[in-house]
Design a protein around this ligand. Structure first.
Ligand code: ATP
Ligand code: MG
Length: 418
């Protein structure tokens, strides 16, 4: 017996409807926000993520699934969605289409992490990326797309926002951070000591208790924003306020990836343990250029579907009921089974979920099975029915029955569905 790889999960027949529900909701959000789906390969050249996600990140340093293919190229399974989307944007010349370019994706992602609740090695993301607009209005729209998604699913989260400024304000902030951290470095973890030189901002992202305590006293980026960045941030907040969307400004949100600038945000829950961030995003105005395109402002988010699933299951947010067969057609002998087969085939062609016997069961056992799989109606086909072409259609929930001509069966089921 060979087991499933550590940190991955199967989706079983009786839970896949939950996945479909979340994915369909994502597609519905994308529709109302006028976003078009794009799909990128599961693997890309490693260099794309090194440059796109950033050398200083945990994702690139520790978490990537990288291997050499038979042609000797270094390949990496996508650890996130954005880098591939940006490559797609550049490579396909989308920069010359009318702006903004508004996209979304649903994708698996792969990270070599220590598996625990809400942290897997293969997980799934719903993400959106919008290119071409530098306006704060777009930041607000992307935030609202995420919150609409979470609202539609009926989950409760807290929105936290921050601005990490642009290169100009961050340079000054980094100096202030270094000044603050320098005398405190001895009490901090090894990763933070490395980050001190490379990218002190990232130290604020540390989850070690000792570092978190020291971080609490560090200067806030929001006090260092240049005029343009401060105005941009105020614009985002004013649109959130104007709609009455509740949020908190959390100056400790810096996000795990290197390419962010200005607005960053997270939707956080305290109901699913320490992996509480279900959705994270932000503006990445420098990334398109970094990956070889013309400078293009952009902003996006990614929501982790497994964490959402946990949250929905924990908080008993309502999943709709799974779709069940509308009718089960039972046969007795070869001829009536063939009739059941034909009727089911006709119904299926018209879009009706119909089921028949595959196991050679007795009529009694077939009806028991029909009940077990939640069929709404069942009809037994015997000699009489073959002759009269009228079925006795039984409502499985209340036991009542109705005589329905075979030719009217579709219309009957349609009407009963309402
Ligand atoms: P975390 O701080 O939890 O490690 P992150 O900053 O690495 O998250 P992002 O790269 O922003 O996460 O990914 C966006 C979303 O994808 C996260 O908010 C989360 O919901 C989900 N996610 C990230 N890593 C994993 C994982 N290993 N397993 C399951 N979901 C994940
Ligand atoms: Mg992570």
């Amino acid at each position: 017996m060979i087991n499933i790889p550590k940190g991955t999960k199967d989706v079983l027949p009786d839970e896949s409807y939950k996945w479909q529900y979340i994915e369909n909701t994502a597609r519905e959000v994308a529709r109302v926000f006028n976003l078009s789906e794009i799909r990128t390969p599961v693997f890309e050249y490693t260099e794309l993520f090194r440059r796109g996600v950033g050398e200083g990140t945990d994702v690139v340093n520790k978490e990537m699934y990288t291997f050499e293919d038979k042609g000797g190229r270094s390949i990496t399974l996508k650890p996130e969605g954005t880098a591939g989307v940006v490559r797609l944007f550049i490579e396909n010349g989308l920069a010359s289409s009318p702006m903004p370019v508004k996209t979304y994706y649903i994708t698996p992602a792969f990270r070599y992490e220590r598996p625990q609740a809400g942290r897997l090695r293969e997980f799934h993301q719903f993400g959106i990326e919008v290119f071409g607009s530098a306006s704060y209005q777009t930041d607000a729209e992307v935030i609202f797309a995420a919150s609409t998604f979470l609202d539609m699913l009926g989950v409760k989260t807290q929105l936290q926002i921050n601005s990490i400024g642009c290169k100009t304000c961050r340079a000054e902030y980094n100096r202030a951070l270094k000044e603050y951290f320098k005398p405190r470095l001895v009490g901090m973890c090894e990763t933070c000591r490395l980050r001190f030189d490379k990218n002190p901002l990232r130290m604020l992202d540390c989850k070690e208790e000792g570092c978190k305590k020291i971080n609490a006293g560090a200067p806030n980026i929001t006090d260092f924003l240049c005029e343009e960045c401060a105005e941009h941030f105020n614009g985002v907040k004013s649109l959130l306020d104007g709609y009455g969307k509740k949020y908190t400004v959390n100056p400790r949100i810096v996000r795990g990836l290197d390419y962010y600038s200005k607005t960053v945000f997270e939707f956080v829950s305290d109901e699913i343990g320490s992996q509480g961030t279900v959705c994270g995003g932000g503006r990445y105005d420098g990334l398109v250029e970094e990956l070889g395109g013309n400078p293009t402002p952009a902003i996006g988010f990614a929501a982790g579907i497994e964490r959402l699933m946990l949250l929905m299951e924990n908080s008993s947010a309502p999943f709709p009921e799974a779709d069940k067969p509308a009718i089960y057609l039972a046969g007795m002998d070869e001829i009536s089974r063939a009739a059941a087969f034909k009727i089911a085939t006709d119904l299926r062609l018209k879009g009706v979920r119909a089921e028949i016997d595959h196991m050679g069961r007795s009529v009694k056992a077939q009806l028991k099975y029909a009940d077990k799989i939640g069929a709404k109606f069942a009809a037994v086909i015997g000699e009489d029915e073959l002759k009269s072409k009228v079925l006795n259609v039984k409502n499985m929930a209340d036991g009542t029955a109705c005589a329905v001509k075979v030719e009217n069966l579709y219309a009957y089921l349609l009407q009963e569905k309402k």
